[in-house]
Design a protein around this ligand. Sequence first.
Ligand SMILES: [Mg+2]
Length: 318
Amino acid sequence: MRELDLLSHIYRSNAGLPAGVTIPPGDDMGAVTLAGANMLVTVDQVADGVHVDLANTPIEKVGRKAITRNLSDVAAMAAKPVGAVAAACLPKGFGEERAQVLFDAMRSTAEYFGCPLIGGDISAWDQRLILTVTVFAEPAGIDPVLRSGAQVGDVVYVTGALGGSLVTLQDPPGYIHHLDFTPRLDLARTLAGNPATRPHGMIDLSDGLASDLTRLCEQSGACARIDASRLPISAAAGLASIQSGHPAWRHAIGDGEDYELCFAAHGEIPGEVDGVEITPIGEIVQRGSGDQSQGKVTMRLPDGSLLDVAGLGWEHSG
Ligand SMILES: [Mg+2]
């Protein structure tokens, strides 16, 4: 089953939620009212064989990613992380020393980003490693940015560079983006905290721009038109392109696990915040005009032709 289909089935089944649910399913985090304040929450998994390959990955990087994946969702809401809980299914025979390295990496990563691990659960089973992490966050003076706020006429931006997240780089040595990325927490709050630059709608790029911009558009009841020649293509995407024979733009929109931000805004967006580049790649356009249906993302290719990018992203559920 397609992950998008399964998620939309879940969202449809969630009609009639109580008033205490302030952000319903369908965004990067949900939120409930707790003691009169908004508390945001997200949960994500790192599964051996799906999100990491344990046989070829240092265990501390696996622990780091289990935390940073969640923090990328916190960044997508422009929220401030406050704490995390984790559950681990360890393969039998995993080894105590290895488990300690894993949990030390999770704890130190969480603390580094101001999100202390405050509890968890461990079980052993005869399958591969699964780590499940839940992160709590607060608005801390900045209203969360939802996926649903993109408006026709907004410019679409992405942070950083896209594609090739599985490629091992020489510079910095051994850098592999999907393991070593920095969640864009500070950048998101810098933009969202200033009325002149606050994004109208935002999402983090976990499944690739093709899938994730489609989600932003669906939630906003709009469409998008982007331009392949404007995409910030990573050096890693260039290397992936040489290996695969596919054009680099194909890697930039479809590889997934960029953990950059994609947002729609109408303000004076700077070209860089805290050393991270921000690139305009297209615009939000009307739904229902011509052949545009809701959520449709169209990309102009280098040869001038138009491509419907639906289905070019990465599917976790296969
Ligand atoms: Mg997300």
